[in-house]
Design a protein around this ligand. Structure first.
Ligand code: SF4
Ligand code: SF4
Length: 342
């Protein structure tokens, strides 16, 4: 892995070259909130910010996504005509993505791209055409706990490049061939710069004091966790509002619907959430998670037990802290998991 230097006074040129081949997006201040926005140049880019309120998962898994369109004319001898939705027609770059959000995409790759039968073209096409340029967190938020869930403020998994802000320049860690192609003209970093980046990493990791224990959850059988009295207490407080799932970079429940108008229509998939009573309703009218407790428990069991069991130990949470910040009744995932862990 090469380490290079991008001086801040060369940033405009770097972005100009990047924008010739990629549509570039980055966190920006939008109506008083940090949100993802198109990048026109270096001006307006944020270098010190808490993470965006909503995760960038909608670049790959939009809130509403058209999967195909159809026309069904009663007198057409061809019958119903279905047309695939066009794939992405340009390369994209997500600049200054936080390491936790990049790690989340790799977790979701394990869900959307599993084998020949489960190989989601809509997800995969966007992933293949998007380069991820991370910005290391030098000043994590009090709600972050990435270091407890196989991630960290300078984590590299899932990124093509990782920028570490050294003041008047960035140390650029080149992590993939895609990243190498974008940085081939940058000078190599020296030992002093590498040392400064390592010191920032250690300082940021030390700043994350919230700890979540997973050892007993990992070792436990499913049923003892499933039957914990804890779920009655969490259920009492939870509103089932879904806020925690919509802001979460790893939540990925969806519902597919056909929207029709006359003889034409489109098939869309929309974000849904496991806390919703309707989400698990079967066509028969039976609901296997008919009680609120079943649905609340599912969110935590899925992320911290079922995904690790089925996906080689990977955890369905990257510790971004968004749900901790946004839950209207202050349900803290860290406290819930620590109680699961006994
Ligand atoms: S569960 Fe909460 S802390 Fe974990 S990734 Fe989702 S939003 Fe972030
Ligand atoms: S944000 Fe809080 S209240 Fe709303 S569904 Fe999630 S845990 Fe429940």
């Amino acid at each position: 892995m090469a380490e290079k230097i991008l001086a801040k006074d060369k940033l405009e040129g770097f972005l100009g070259a990047l924008r010739q081949s990629h549509e570039v997006f980055a966190p920006a201040m939008v109506e008083g909130k940090v949100a993802w926005a198109p990048v026109e140049g270096a001006e307006g880019l944020l270098w010190e910010f808490a993470n965006s309120e909503m995760s960038p998962k909608d670049f790959f898994f939009p809130q509403t996504e058209c999967m195909m369109r159809f026309v069904n004319k009663a007198d057409d001898p061809q019958g119903m005509i279905m047309q695939a939705e066009p794939l992405l027609n340009k390369q994209r770059a997500l600049l200054n993505i936080r390491p936790c959000d990049a790690k989340a995409f790799q977790v979701l790759d394990l869900i959307f791209i599993q084998d020949e039968m489960t190989n989601d073209i809509y997800w995969r096409d966007k992933r293949e055409k998007t380069v991820l340029i991370g910005l290391a967190c030098n000043d994590p938020c009090p709600t972050c706990f990435c270091t407890s869930v196989n991630c960290g403020p300078h984590h590299e998994t899932g990124l093509d490049l990782l920028l570490v802000d050294l003041g008047d320049k960035f140390l650029v860690k080149v992590l993939t061939d895609k990243g190498e192609a974008l940085t081939k003209d940058l000078p190599a970093a020296g030992a002093e710069e590498a040392k400064a980046a390592s010191a920032l990493k250690a300082k940021a990791e030390a700043q994350i004091t919230a700890k979540v224990g997973m050892d007993k959850v990992n070792a436990a059988e499913v049923m003892p966790l499933y039957e914990l009295p804890l779920w009655d207490r969490v259920m009492e407080n939870c509103l089932n509002c879904g806020t925690c799932t919509f802001c979460c970079p790893t939540c990925h429940c969806f519902d597919i619907q056909d929207e029709t108008s006359g003889e034409a229509g489109r098939r869309v998939r929309n974000w849904d959430y496991c806390m919703s009573w309707l989400f698990t309703m079967h066509g028969t009218g039976h609901n296997p998670r008919g009680a609120k407790k079943d649905r609340v428990r599912q969110r935590f069991m899925h992320k911290f037990k079922y995904i690790p069991m089925k996906r080689g130990g990977e955890i369905g949470c990257v510790g971004c802290g968004r749900c901790v910040q946004l839950c209207p009744v202050n349900i803290d995932v860290r406290a819930v998991v620590n109680q699961m862990n006994g």
